[in-house]
Write a protein that binds this ligand. Structure first.
Ligand code: FES
Ligand code: FES
Length: 156
């Protein structure tokens, strides 16, 4: 089966088996930021934006993604500049093993698009589906708050 997607602004054609997920297809296209933490919708490490909404790519059949616009972590930096969320994650020490980091960035990107000045509680609620074994969640929350400030000030 052929699936045609727009991935990070570029039209891509992929081969997919009937049971393949969007995560399988994206990783097959070389987008290895899409991490397989559980393959079951529990951990958030495979989160990507589908038409602007953060979804766990392991739960979406590839066939249901036909024609969709997908953004992965690889598409967040532009013209050699990191996205504010990437910068803030690094500056806040929120990246340790980093396995959860792409999913956190993508889920937080949707949050900040909808809510440019989230409270800590709103951040925690939005990020409740993204598990991290390393950071204790405080540093990622600090990073999201910091990125929100950077974006409000027009900094990337
Ligand atoms: S790999 Fe998709 S939610 Fe864990
Ligand atoms: S930094 Fe290791 S799982 Fe989050």
């Amino acid at each position: 089966m052929k699936v045609t997607l727009t991935v990070n602004g570029i039209r891509r054609d992929a081969d997919a088996a009937p049971g393949d997920s969007l995560m399988d297809v994206l990783r097959g296209l070389g987008l290895t930021s899409v991490k397989n933490g559980c393959d079951n919708g529990d951990c958030g490490s495979c989160a990507v934006l589908v038409d602007g909404a953060a979804v766990n790519a392991c739960l979406v059949f590839a066939a249901r993604s036909e024609g969709k616009a997908i953004t992965t972590l690889e598409g967040m930096a532009t013209e050699g500049s990191l996205h504010a969320l990437q910068t803030a994650m690094l500056e806040s020490g929120a990246v340790q093993c980093g396995f959860c980091t792409p999913g956190i960035v993508m889920t937080a990107a949707e949050l900040l698009e909808k809510n440019p000045e989230p409270t800590d509680r709103e951040i925690d609620e939005a990020m409740a589906g993204n598990f991290c074994r390393c950071t204790g969640y405080t540093k990622p929350r600090d990073a999201i708050r910091s990125a929100a400030e950077m974006l409000r000030e027009g900094r990337r």
